[in-house]
Design a protein around this ligand. Sequence first.
Ligand code: FMN
Length: 201
Amino acid sequence: MADRNISIVAILGSVRPNNYTAMALNLALDELNKHKGVKVELFDPAIMHLYPPGLSGDSPDPVKMREAVTDATGIILATPEYHGSFSSVMKLAIENLGFPSVMSGKPVALMGVAAGAIGAIKSLESLRGVCSHIGAIVLPGPVSVANCREIFDEDGTCNDERAEARIRSAATNLMHYIENNICPRISLEAMVRGEELPSCD
Ligand SMILES: Cc1cc2nc3c(=O)[nH]c(=O)nc-3n(C[C@H](O)[C@H](O)[C@H](O)COP(=O)(O)O)c2cc1C
């Protein structure tokens, strides 16, 4: 498939230096970058200024992220598991996407990363609930990464083949959904309007 116009926004939910959530997300982004014509944009709250609802400032970051999500074909959210839920940083990022949220109607792939052996099941369930509530299309097969401190080296290399394949599947699942559902719809709408067939065919 050549010359597609698919854009994916990834949002990172940990701001800890050398965080493991970024290591996992990087693998998924690497997988996405194998797809020709797919633009990938990462939002890292550690280097952004986001504001809680009710506060505002000079930073253009919230608007930039909102516009990117508005234009995005799909989204990947990667959160650490903190205290049996997703991170407050991820919640802040979601709150910066507006009310109503610009994630509404967008396919969203979820990834959770935990130090514990049971993985990030609880954070993924709560994140799924929030994303569904705001109208996002939460894709099945969220990726839960367990024992992250054992499976990743400090340089971000993953030493567990099966875990790496599962992490990468967050990207491939999202691309499959987009290719099978979003792209045909865009082409069909263009045909009905007599427009030139666009983008992602
Ligand atoms: C405030 C806090 C709460 C945490 N709670 C949990 C938890 O409930 N379950 C768990 O498996 N790990 C927990 N952890 C460990 C994280 O899962 C661990 O730091 C992991 O590396 C993912 O976070 P990171 O992306 O920030 O590195 C917690 C860590 C912090 C800082």
